[in-house]
Design a protein around this ligand. Structure first.
Ligand SMILES: [Zn+2]
Length: 355
């Protein structure tokens, strides 16, 4: 082949390659063009509509609406987070359903989030609460999650309560502790002043004891008051003996106003303590409230997790006379709610049920 022919052949090759490239380029462009066109048409239409009303910037979501706005739960519940309906609201009040790219977080010791489920601890008690934050991009909405253990759910057909270990359990004249119930975490009241030499009653459940120690310590620190523990845990058997001796001495009618039947005493729970002071000669009666110590206890016990379980004027509800000396441990959150509501424990639970 001559030099000239070679040159021509190369030129022809270049033309073919260029042509193929052009065809290839056109094909790709055309294919993409067609597939994009549909979207573009929609986008154009959308933009046009928005442009007409001149509010395209108002379509940006500026607020979230979440249903429900508040969630009442109970211990050990598992809540599917998809059950919270999330709506995005734009500046011009247009609402769109949001079902992806949502993030959840929760505060509070008794809650956890795992695999799109909100888990409530089995130890959670009434009034425990947390804030569930639902986020979408940089906007978020808070939902209050609150625990309410309904009394009706925690009792069996024989009027025996089924949540004896829970700090929010309610024992009274219709709600009994089982005759063989003994708290598993009783501790001796070693580091606080006691009145009687009796190892059984000088005991409380650990959390109640720790709280009582704190209460006694603060009474001394803040007011120089010295408080004494007189009667804490009482076994079913001890209560049985006590009740029978009261009935023998006072008759059943009178005994029932100040003494619990076995199984119906809060003292069996290990969460109740009778306290007194020197001005009372270390005895228990309702003049305790007239002492400066008794007044301080009434106004401050909730700070440490205790309530005055049998308040004045509520005898027909609690079934017991006023006992300013009888404290019941329920934890700080619940104690504060009950204290502020000025209700008895029974009324507090009833009121929650009707809300
Ligand atoms: Zn008592």
């Amino acid at each position: 082949m001559s030099k000239r022919n070679k040159k021509r052949k190369r030129k022809q090759g270049a033309v073919i390659v260029t042509t193929i490239l052009i065809i290839l380029f056109l094909t790709i462009f055309y294919t993409n063009g067609v597939s994009n066109n549909d979207d573009n048409d929609i986008n154009n239409e959308y933009t046009e509509k928005n442009d007409k009303s001149d509010n395209s910037k108002n379509e940006k979501i500026i607020e979230l609406k979440v249903t429900p706005e508040k969630y009442i739960t109970y211990s050990d519940e598992k809540i599917n987070l998809s059950s919270f309906k999330v709506l995005g609201v734009s500046k011009n009040k247009k609402e769109v359903n949001i079902d992806k790219d949502i993030e959840f977080s929760i505060t509070g010791d008794t809650f956890n989030i795992e695999d799109n489920m909100l888990l409530v601890s089995s130890n959670a008690i009434t009034a425990d609460n947390g804030i569930l934050t639902i986020s979408y991009g940089d906007i978020s909405k808070n939902v209050e999650i609150k625990v309410f253990n309904n009394l009706d759910d925690n009792i069996d057909g024989s009027d025996i309560i089924t949540n004896s270990d829970a700090y929010d359990m309610v024992v009274n004249k219709t709600r009994n502790l089982a005759s063989d119930y003994v708290p598993s975490d009783l501790v001796p009241l070693d580091d606080i002043p006691t009145v009687l030499q009796n190892s059984e009653i000088n005991q409380l459940r650990k959390a109640a004891y720790d709280a009582l120690k704190e209460l006694f310590l603060k009474a001394e620190e803040e007011k120089s008051f010295k408080l004494y523990a007189r009667s804490g845990y009482r076994s079913y058997r001890t209560q049985n003996d006590l009740y029978n001796s009261y009935v023998a001495n006072h008759g059943q009618l009178e005994a029932d106003t100040f003494s619990a039947k076995p199984g119906q005493s809060e003292h069996q729970s290990g969460l109740s303590i009778d306290i007194t002071c020197e001005a009372m000669n270390f005895q228990l009666d309702d003049t305790f409230f007239d002492t400066v110590e008794g007044k301080w206890v009434a106004e401050n016990a909730h700070r440490f997790g205790f309530i005055i379980r049998y308040p004045k004027g509520k005898e027909s509800i609690t079934g017991y006379q006023y006992e300013p000396w009888h404290l019941r441990y329920v934890g700080k959150t619940l104690a504060t709610e009950i204290y502020e509501s000025q209700l008895t424990m029974e009324e507090y639970f009833e009121q929650l049920k009707s809300n």
